[in-house]
Design a protein around this ligand. Structure first.
Ligand SMILES: N[C@@H](CCC(=O)N[C@@H](CS)C(=O)NCC(=O)O)C(=O)O
Length: 205
C-alpha cells in the first residue's frame, strides 16, 4: 500500500499513526509542501483536490485522511481500535468527524501564522480565531475525558487519532494554554505510545 504525502502534514500523520498502531506498513511517498508534485496530471488523477494524503491499495484510491484511517481499520484491523461493533464504529466516526470539523480551521490559522508566518505576514485575528477554536474544542474533550480514559471509551481507538494529531501542535506552540487536566493526562498517555512518537511527534514546519 502506498500513501502519498509529506510526513509532517497533520493529515498524513493520521493514517501513518493508525497503520503503525495496527502493525501494517504503508510505503509513504513525499509529495506536498517543499516536495511539490500535487499539481501534476498523474497526481490529480488520483486526488482531484490536489491535496495530501492519498492512499493507493491495489486498484483502490482514497483521499480524505479520516476516510483512509477508517478504511485501514476496516480492511486490516480485525476489529482492533474499538471498531468491533456498529456502535463503536459509529462513535469513532463521530469523534473523528468532530475533530476534523472543529480543528482543521484553527490548526491552519495557527500553523500559517505562528509557525510559517513572519512578523510582516502575521494575522492577529486569525491567531485569535485559531486559539479560541482550539480552546473551545479542547474544553469539550476535557469534559469527556473526565469521565472516560479515551475518546474511544475504555481503550485507545480510532476516535483518539484525529484529535491526537491536531493537539500535538497545541502542546508544542509557545502559547498560553488553559489548564485542562483530563486532556493533558490523555495527551501524556499518547506521548507514551511508540506509534505516536514516531509518526506524530515530528518537527513542525
Ligand atoms: N480534509 C482533508 C484535508 C487535506 C489537506 O488540507 N491537506 C493539506 C496538508 S495537511 C495539503 O495537502 N496541503 C498542501 C501541501 O501540503 O502542499 C483531509 O483530511 O485529508
Amino acid at each position: 500500500m502506498k500513501l502519498w504525502g509529506r510526513s509532517n502534514s497533520v493529515n498524513v500523520k493520521k493514517p501513518m499513526w493508525c497503520a503503525a498502531e495496527l502493525g501494517i506498513t504503508l510505503e509513504r511517498i513525499d509529495v506536498g509542501g517543499p516536495f511539490g508534485g500535487l499539481d501534476t496530471p498523474d497526481y490529480l488523477a488520483k486526488n482531484p483536490n490536489g491535496l495530501i494524503p492519498c492512499l493507493e491499495d491495489g486498484d483502490l484510491v482514497l483521499w480524505e485522511s479520516n476516510a483512509i484511517v477508517r478504511y485501514l481499520a476496516d480492511a486490516y484491523g480485525n476489529a482492533q481500535l474499538n471498531t468491533a461493533t456498529p456502535a463503536e464504529r459509529g462513535r469513532s466516526g463521530m469523534w473523528m468527524d468532530w475533530a476534523l470539523a472543529s480543528l482543521a480551521g484553527p490548526y491552519r490559522d495557527l500553523i500559517m501564522n505562528l509557525v510559517r508566518g513572519t512578523p510582516e505576514t502575521r494575522d492577529d485575528a486569525a491567531i485569535e480565531r485559531g486559539l479560541s477554536g482550539f480552546e473551545k474544542a479542547l474544553r469539550l474533550a476535557d469534559g469527556v475525558l473526565a469521565k472516560q480514559p479515551w475518546l474511544s471509551g475504555d481503550a485507545f481507538g480510532l476516535a483518539d487519532i484525529p484529535l491526537g494529531a491536531y493537539v500535538y501542535l497545541w502542546f508544542e506552540l509557545d502559547i498560553e494554554r488553559p489548564t485542562l487536566p483530563h486532556l493533558e493526562a490523555w495527551y501524556g498517555k499518547l506521548t507514551q505510545r511508540s506509534a505516536y512518537r514516531e509518526h506524530v511527534m515530528l518537527p513542525i514546519s
